[in-house]
Design a protein around this ligand. Sequence first.
Ligand SMILES: Cc1cc2nc3c(=O)[nH]c(=O)nc-3n(C[C@H](O)[C@H](O)[C@H](O)COP(=O)(O)OP(=O)(O)OC[C@H]3O[C@@H](n4cnc5c(N)ncnc54)[C@H](O)[C@@H]3O)c2cc1C
Length: 304
Amino acid sequence: MSLFNAYMSLSGVTDATVTRGERLAHHTTLHVGGPVGLWIVAHGYTGLARVVTVLDRERVPWVVLGRGSNVLAADKGFEGAIITLDDEFARLSVGDDGTVTAGAGLLLSKLVNEAMRHGLSGLEPCVGIPGTVGGAVSMDAGTRHEWIGKRVHDVVTYRPGEGMRRYDGGEIEWGYRRCTLPADEIILETTFTLLPAEKAAIAADMDARLRRRRQSQPVGKPSCGSVFVNPGTSSVGMLVEGCGLKGLVKGGAQVSTTHANFIVNNGGATAADVVSLMGTVHDAVLERYKVDLRPEVKLVGFGA
Ligand SMILES: Cc1cc2nc3c(=O)[nH]c(=O)nc-3n(C[C@H](O)[C@H](O)[C@H](O)COP(=O)(O)OP(=O)(O)OC[C@H]3O[C@@H](n4cnc5c(N)ncnc54)[C@H](O)[C@@H]3O)c2cc1C
């Protein structure tokens, strides 16, 4: 792997910005994580294709990041490249037929609000979820019973070495915090099919959902969302509470006192603190309930 060669090759590319030494703590909502080899913002398709071609040629591992709102990044950082999408990938257009097309780099909140402004219903379950459209589609974000995949008409991705691909929403399997889009493809753009509805009714529904979210989630503190996937019909929060671990502290990290499936950063938390809490929670739930919790949060930089 040659990070240096990649950096040199990419420093002249006009459609992407490449910097070194960025810390993942500045790009994740948990505010944890060390330096990355290359931090790359792709402003358009040409730049993105060039970036991926060079990184693959130089055997530099890369990861696409949205707003890092479902990510736990290692204290040692990531000795590869992080790619984020902006500009050309942050566009939004509303069709006459109830469809909305959004770039993967667009904030999910902008999409949700624009849909409401145009009197289009279907994305209300996503109100208050941080991150980008690409992250939301990749994670099939939503609530336990309603998720964004249900609204997807089609997704356009970039397949390294091949170019753009288009998938119908119906040919993708959507599941709880996952979808079957190939993991090595980059989501570029998604079209959603929405239904006309009264703007005021959509806004009222969104307000109610936001209120519930503020009551049930530690929205004021840095976190990475739900840490573990809810197993079956059980709630991780209830299982963790049942083990008496709500509020457990390790260094600067704490099992949230508001929702026990969140770990918050009270200031100065390290990834090691978070991993330690995750281990304690996992083992306690396994011992008491015989439930083997699976992380929902995506790990970056924990490989060998
Ligand atoms: C306070 C809080 C509350 C939350 N509440 C919810 C909730 O109610 N429901 C819910 O579902 N989630 C929730 N989350 C988790 C998180 O916000 C969502 O998973 C969100 O959709 C992630 O978006 P992101 O852009 O930040 O993605 P990131 O966290 O940056 O990335 C998540 C994954 O998506 C992949 N990815 C990102 N962009 C692309 C792309 N363009 N192409 C391919 N892969 C991509 C990344 O590689 C990674 O694997 C919450 C998080 C927080 C901090």
